[in-house]
Design a protein around this ligand. Structure first.
Ligand code: PMP
Length: 354
């Protein structure tokens, strides 16, 4: 830290993204929940033909891609805000709806960026432990004051709540906002977007990074009431008005015009997930029931840290977290069938060597 760094950030512990090795070709990458499939060809050719002149700034309203997203969900474009990945809309929500008096409420085991967003915004937070089986107890959130952040499906567990359970949290207190982070919703969970039409205290965040094969393009969005989106626009126009670049916007429209490609890839990932879960359970692993494009796994025969490093030696990257409660677990992203066959083979070898 230089001597010039503001005291405000002296204790900031930044988010640690999964490894993105420079010698990527050496590895099967199952550590950051990306799609194993490239973006749709149809989307790429749409973007080549329709990217707005790059010597001009991007449209600060991102009007076209916003309209396309609104059309997909049948909501008014004023209920949608597009952002630079969904991390940005999540941070906007922390900026807008949490502070030292109004805490962020979130689980102990959830997306690791939430505590960082709370910290950088000098917001209070209240951590609500998941049950022993890593499920979330909705009743724990009833009666608490603050802004609720729930990843659904949760990360890194993959466990999803039905929309009706999230609705109980939303309904319990109309004076409290519930932010539902649906980064992984397309792999078998139920979206809460319908609730946005009935309640004005919910914001649903989604991304093009996972099911839509566009992590590198950085496109996310939030859907909420017009007044929530107006608040978040105030934050956006006070930080980065051109937050979504023209190439990314054009790709976003192209991707939405090829929903069949997205749906087919999601189906394949879900099949590969079942294949991998079956294989791991046969090897004696504990595997949580996942509705996401990753699984959370642990074995009595090898520690989480050893499993991670032995897999890395074999050219397969998975994610290990050092947090005490989950130190014996690893998160494995679901890749192509070929990737998952190689993953299971390497796992069996490691167990037999152990
Ligand atoms: N939410 C969750 C739960 C995630 O795991 C991620 C991916 N790291 C994000 C949001 C943000 O993804 P992106 O910024 O790529 O949309």
């Amino acid at each position: 830290m230089s001597r010039f760094f503001s005291y405000k950030y002296a204790d900031l512990e930044p988010y640690v993204p999964g490894e993105q090795p420079s010698d990527m070709a050496r590895y099967i990458k199952l550590n950051t929940n990306e799609s194993p499939f490239p973006p749709s060809e149809k989307a790429l050719s749409y973007a080549r033909a329709n990217t707005r002149s790059l010597q001009l700034y991007s449209d600060p309203n991102s009007a076209q891609v916003t309209k396309a997203i609104a059309g997909c969900y049948n909501v008014d474009p004023d209920m949608v805000l597009v952002t630079n990945g969904s991390d940005e809309i999540l941070n906007f929500a922390f900026m807008a709806y949490t502070d030292d008096r109004n805490p962020a409420l979130f689980a102990d085991i959830t997306y690791g960026f939430y505590p960082v967003f709370a910290q950088i915004n000098a917001s209070a937070s209240k951590i609500i432990p998941l049950r022993d089986d890593f499920s979330l107890c909705v009743d724990d959130y009833i009666g608490l004051k603050g802004t609720v952040f729930i990843a659904n499906p949760n990360a890194p567990t993959g466990i999803a709540l039905p929309a009706s359970e999230i609705e109980r949290i939303v309904k319990a207190d109309p004076d409290r906002i519930v932010v539902v982070d649906e980064a992984y919703v397309d792999f078998g969970a139920e979206s809460c977007i319908d609730l946005v039409r009935r309640y004005d205290n919910i914001l649903v965040c989604q991304t093009f990074s996972k099911s839509r094969s566009f992590a590198g393009g950085r496109l996310g969005y939030g859907i909420g009431s017009k007044s929530i989106i107006a608040d978040l626009n105030t934050i956006k126009y006070s930080t980065n008005p051109y937050n979504v670049n023209s190439m990314t916007s054009a790709m976003g429209i192209g991707i939405l015009s090829d929903e069949e490609y997205t749906r087919a890839n999601c189906r394949t990932i879900m099949e590969n997930r079942s294949f991998t879960v079956d294989g791991l359970r046969r090897l004696g692993f504990k595997v949580l029931d996942s509705s996401a494009n990753f699984i959370f796994v642990s074995s009595d025969r090898i520690s989480g840290a050893d499993y991670y490093s032995r897999m890395k030696d074999k050219g397969i990257l998975i994610r290990h977290f050092t947090k005490k409660r989950i130190e014996n677990w690893c998160r494995v992203s679901i890749g192509s069938r070929e990737n998952m066959e190689a993953f299971l083979k390497a796992t069996a070898e490691i167990l037999s060597e152990a």
